[in-house]
Design a protein around this ligand. Structure first.
Ligand SMILES: [Zn+2]
Length: 483
């Protein structure tokens, strides 16, 4: 019995043969794809619990955001006109206010809004690193989405000890890994060479040995001072730090690498570790000290590079397709045209990202046996027609606003832009209420013309000593930690 049938679609399978069906049907039973074949006339009258006539539409695998933070989703619009150093100060102040003053209701509303945005932007899977992982697991699970969630570990930036953070991470893994029919899984997520003590790295190594099936998700080389920070943990450089603890292999996800050189790229590719590239946040805030992501070297040595939004609430865009476009533009600007083809960008947002997360046997392409995660995009409009290069249309012309229908595990979560798996009014109301509380508690002022930070010194707003210690110790490097 077919539960879901999509017919007359242009199906971009992203399978090994890079097959695109001009007029295809997808059948789904018990959440899995059972067939992807040319549409036959009988499909148009076939019975299934749900039938989607996708004439004039394109179906692609669900998009995968390979690196995101979520806790501060509700700050959207506050940071978008700040420069990098202002961002550092205001983010520190806000992080410390929010946790003590605003509490769980603030973060719950943030996660629900993030799920709504993720869903409406066609992102069926997210790889998140956050300080409120339990809320995230429940929000993603209840929304019907897929997520890999890592409790962010950073004892130099957080008053909670390394031991306590590691214990909490273990509890999270035991409680949430594999929940919601396997849609929610856990990762181990030390923040990076900034913010983690030697004791924390040692604990992470123990945790990883206990849970070898989990991904290790971290930031690396996101500051010019990366080598100095690694030296503080007794290592020659950040890669040496990971190797010392047995943490650099094909189950490792490395985010940013802005200051990695050619030799680092070779070591990363040889280890099999995957690279998570988040171009917008760095270019928007110019916080990269002019260094740029070493794409040519990573490609030369064959590393798997994928894309993430990182902190979408700082630059006010949740569109992963646009993020891929930024990756291409910035890399072409730095290294010359044609760094990526359009189809390669599409692979990065789907099958390559699934491979990075260890989920490529389940999602990332439209093939029999995989879980049915896909999105339906309307390209049958004068905005896109006529065209002759569909990958280019998908990566250059389509925006998230063209996404009509989203399916995860065979469940239709959004149909014709109507969200079915979330109570949109409730999510909206909670976000508005918590956003008002945020402004009332912190002194941020907003208007239609923009946002103004509180007129109180930063030091008076930051009370937690470990943060101050980290600022003094690492200075500018701390800003990178918040990406
Ligand atoms: Zn990040």
């Amino acid at each position: 019995m077919t539960d879901l049938l999509v017919h007359d679609a242009t199906v971009v399978t992203v399978n090994r043969e890079n097959q695109i069906l001009r007029n295809g049907s997808i059948r789904v039973t018990d959440g899995r794809i059972t067939s992807v074949e040319p549409t036959e006339s009988g499909d148009r009258t076939a019975t299934a619990d749900r039938v989607i006539d996708a004439s004039g539409k394109v179906v692609i695998p669900g998009l995968i955001d390979a690196h995101r933070h979520t806790d501060f989703t509700l700050v959207q619009g506050l940071f978008s006109e700040l420069d990098g150093s202002e961002l550092l100060k205001e983010a520190l102040a806000l992080y410390h206010t929010a946790e003590s003053v605003l509490g769980d209701s603030f973060f719950e509303a943030a996660w629900d809004l993030a799920c709504l945005r993720q869903l409406t932007h066609g992102v069926t899977t997210v790889n998140a690193m956050d300080f409120t992982p339990e809320l995230g697991a429940e929000a993603i699970g209840e929304a019907g989405l897929r997520g890999v969630i890592g409790p962010e570990l950073a004892d130099l930036l957080n008053p909670v000890s390394a031991d306590e953070q590691l214990q909490a991470a273990r509890r999270f893994v035991d409680s949430y890994h594999g929940n919601y029919d396997g849609r929610v899984t856990a990762s181990i997520a030390p923040g990076g060479e900034v913010g983690c003590s030697r004791a924390l790295w040692e604990g992470v190594a123990v945790l990883r040995a206990e849970y070898p099936e989990l991904r290790l998700h971290t930031h690396l080389y996101d500051s010019a001072a990366a080598d100095t920070m690694a030296a503080g943990s007794g290592a020659d450089d950040p890669l040496d730090l990971l190797e010392q603890y047995g943490l650099l292999d094909e189950r490792t996800l490395l985010t940013h690498l802005l200051h990695a050189d050619r030799d680092d790229a070779r070591r990363i590719a040889e280890s099999g570790a995957h690279v998570l590239h988040c171009p917008t946040v760095y270019s928007y805030f110019q916080a990269g000290d002019q260094a740029w992501f070493p794409l040519p070297a990573l490609q030369e040595f064959g590393a798997n590079v994928v894309i993430g939004l990182d902190d979408p609430f700082w630059f006010d865009s949740w569109d992963l397709i646009q993020e891929a476009k930024h990756a291409r533009l910035l890399s072409n600007f730095e290294y010359g045209a044609q760094q990526w083809s359009s189809y390669e960008l599409l692979q990065m947002l789907t099958i390559d990202a699934a491979r990075a997360l260890g989920l490529d046997d389940q999602v990332g392409s439209l093939e029999p046996g995989k879980q049915a995660d896909f999105v339906v995009i309307d390209v049958d409009t004068p905005r896109h027609q006529p065209y002759s290069n569909l990958p280019s249309v998908l990566m250059n012309s389509v925006t998230a606003g063209d996404i009509e229908t989203v399916v995860v595990d065979g469940d239709v979560l959004m149909r014709n832009k109507s969200v079915e798996s979330l109570d949109v009014e409730r999510v909206h109301a909670a976000a508005m209420r918590e956003r008002e509380r945020l402004q009332a508690q912190t002194g941020w002022k907003t208007s239609l013309g923009g946002s103004t930070p509180p007129d109180i010194s930063i030091l008076r707003r930051i009370s937690a000593r470990p943060v101050l210690r980290a600022v003094n110790q690492y200075g500018h490097g701390v800003v990178h930690r918040y990406f």
